[in-house]
Design a protein around this ligand. Structure first.
Ligand code: AGP
Length: 608
């Protein structure tokens, strides 16, 4: 939810911290701040609002001199996004500063205890207890003080700690919140994710839960929770700087929509060798697969929507029951999951709190777990038995696009692979699907090229206050994502509805001029959809349809048409979502919305 960053070296820290915060801003953008240690004094600057405001206030960092510091960009959980609640928080004696991503669950009790001990509080945040604990436990030894403090905390936290008495030293602590160390030459860093590090170093150390690190310009020492030194491997960051920048596009979201052909290629191509699907990272044997009685797919938001698509494909091909359920529900309902269940968790970030909790719950119940995840080394990737990376590259826009389509592509590969191992698919169909999946990068490019008129349609419809997305089968699964895309970035209410359900109540909401977007790419059910279109048009709706290229019958039914290229019926969700991502983008642009940083949202939801 929040982004944290730290730097120690010979250079001025603040300009580097601000650059890092700009890269992390997608994680939260309510307020931002830095704390820098110079001449034995910690100086804190923080503002409510975006990182740019902090840059202006600090003259791009020049006003905060010093060579070691920590920074934070916030997505408010405890306390409104005000200057006071912004991080870093400073102890009353001014000797300690802290930045925090996560939630301190026992903060209320700690706050009471610290107030009773005479520590005045200055914010409404849960985080503030940490600096007062640091001051309280200050023993003159930074490591011991940090350990004593952390021992009192319950919840999830990635912390960056600065102490006025230890120039050039930072501590970074990880417990159930992402934190990565960047290894430089004569300088070292930490950050919530690699996008803030890649401009400076390609060498990273991934901390695990319960571990903490001491960073100085000369080196990094990692400790386990009992304070014993540990050897950690240095990993090479594969993402490059350009991938985390806009590259000439007005918004990251548009760039990421356009990157989808390339992302799909990265997800699919290395996994098809001589016509056979080869799934690196999946160690499930045919025998183990044959013992699976049920598949449960779980995730949040768009990743859940990818799971809904996967459910249709997998059940159709593998002929075993497949369910998809949002992780925030699954984790709290005592689900019937055991050793004969394969649980597939999907997550772009790999750090979504509800998804992680559901994954842990399912593991405890003995299920085999498989993760479809984008971020290498993320918590979900570490926890699952098998991992399939989506290789989409960094996704910065809060609204996922290439994250979603690569998830669906990987689930499609997995479904065909499993069907083959289970001997539920014949050779011809197997070859047909493999070739269909391999064509997805080129088909996705065609989806972009076919819909140059989408910006014009967005101009026509951007004033609609509420609309419906309807479809059947895989078209319906794609509706879920199309509707969320529009809602999250344009703030226009919409609903995804199974077209056959409209007449059971919702059709009462169809009135003159209401826009209904009909997804009609699942050709086998086109006639049914055509009837549903007639029903809503008879009640005054305007219909914008999405059809496969070459479908001429639609012109007699719809007011406007978007196109998807012809693909295998099981793969339509990938090609038909593209024009609807673009539609959401252009509607939000027409309405002057902050497309990459929609209000109240954050990219990575690391709290419950
Ligand atoms: C998608 O556009 C959303 N921003 C959101 O629903 C997201 O998909 C969800 O929070 C899950 O994130 P994850 O894939 O990183 O787990």
């Amino acid at each position: 939810m929040c982004g944290i960053v730290g730097f120690t070296g010979a250079q001025q820290a603040a300009p580097l911290l601000l650059e890092g915060l700009k890269k992390l801003e997608y994680r939260g953008y309510d307020s931002a701040g830095v704390a820098v240690l110079g001449d034995g004094t910690i100086r804190v600057e923080k503002v409510s609002g975006k990182v740019q405001k902090l840059c202006e206030k600090t003259l791009d960092g020049a006003a905060v001199p010093g060579t070691a510091g920590i920074g934070h960009t916030r997505w408010a959980t405890h306390g409104a996004p005000t200057d006071n609640n912004a991080h870093p928080h400073l102890s009353n004696d001014g000797r300690w500063a802290v930045v925090h991503n996560g939630i301190i669950e026992n903060y209320a009790a700690l706050r009471e205890e610290l107030i009773a001990k005479g520590f005045p509080f200055h914010s409404e945040t849960d985080t503030e207890v940490i600096v007062h604990l640091l001051e309280y436990y200050d023993s003159g030894d930074m490591k011991t003080t940090v350990m004593k403090t952390v021992a009192r905390l319950e919840g999830s936290y990635a912390l960056g700690v600065l102490c006025a008495d230890r120039p050039g030293t930072l501590f970074a602590v990880r417990e159930a919140s992402p934190l990565i160390l960047g290894v430089g030459v004569g300088e070292n860093y930490f950050a919530s994710d690699v996008t803030a590090l890649v401009s400076y170093t390609k060498n990273a150390v991934y901390l695990d839960d319960g571990e903490f690190a001491e960073l100085t310009p000369e080196g990094i020492t990692v400790y386990d929770c009992s304070g014993r030194r540990m050897e950690k491997a240095i990993s090479r960051i594969t993402w490059d700087v350009e991938a985390a920048e806009k590259g000439g596009y007005e918004h990251f979201m548009l760039k990421e929509i356009m990157e989808q052909p390339r992302a799909l290629k990265a997800a699919v191509e290395p996994r098809v060798r001589d016509g056979e699907i080869v799934l690196d990272g999946v160690e499930l044997t045919a025998e183990q697969l044959k013992g699976i009685r049920r598949v449960v797919i779980t995730a949040c938001g768009s990743a859940y929507h990818a799971g809904c698509v996967g459910r249709y494909i997998m059940e159709e091909l593998c002929r075993i029951p497949v369910e998809a359920e949002v992780a925030s529900e699954l984790r709290y309902r005592n689900p019937l999951i055991g050793e004969d269940t394969l649980v597939i968790v999907i997550s772009q970030s790999g750090e979504t709190a509800d998804t992680i909790a559901a994954l842990k719950e399912c593991k405890e119940r003995g299920a085999r777990t498989l993760a479809v995840v984008n971020v290498v080394g993320s918590t979900v990737a570490k926890l699952a038995d098998d991992v399939l990376y989506t290789w989409a590259g960094p996704e910065i826009a809060v609204a996922t696009t290439k994250g979603y389509t690569t998830q669906v592509a990987v689930l499609s590969l997995l479904s065909v692979y499993m069907a083959r191992k289970l001997e539920r698919i014949d050779d011809d169909r197997y070859r047909e699907l493999v070739s269909g999946i391999r064509s997805l990068p080129e088909r996705c490019q065609r989806s972009i090229d076919l819909n140059t008129h989408v910006a014009y349609l967005a101009k026509r419809y951007h004033n609609n206050s509420s609309l419906f997305f309807i479809g059947r089968n895989l078209d319906y699964a794609a509706c879920l994502e199309a509707s969320l895309k529009l809602k999250e970035i344009s703030y226009i209410h919409s609903e995804a509805y199974a077209a056959g359900e409209l007449k059971h109540g919702t059709i009462a909401l169809i009135e003159e001029g209401r826009l209904v977007v009909a997804l009609c790419c699942y050709e086998a059910l086109f006639d049914k959809l055509a009837s549903n279109i007639k029903e809503v048009k008879a009640r005054g709706a305007k219909v914008m349809a999405v059809v496969q290229e070459g479908n001429r019958r639609i012109f007699a039914e719809a007011d406007d048409v978007l196109f998807a290229p012809v693909v295998d019926p099981l793969l339509i969700a990938i090609t038909e979502i593209v024009p609807l991502q673009l539609f959401a983008y252009y509607v939000a642009k027409e309405n002057g919305c902050d497309i990459d940083k929609p209000k109240n949202l954050a990219k990575s939801v690391t709290v419950e």
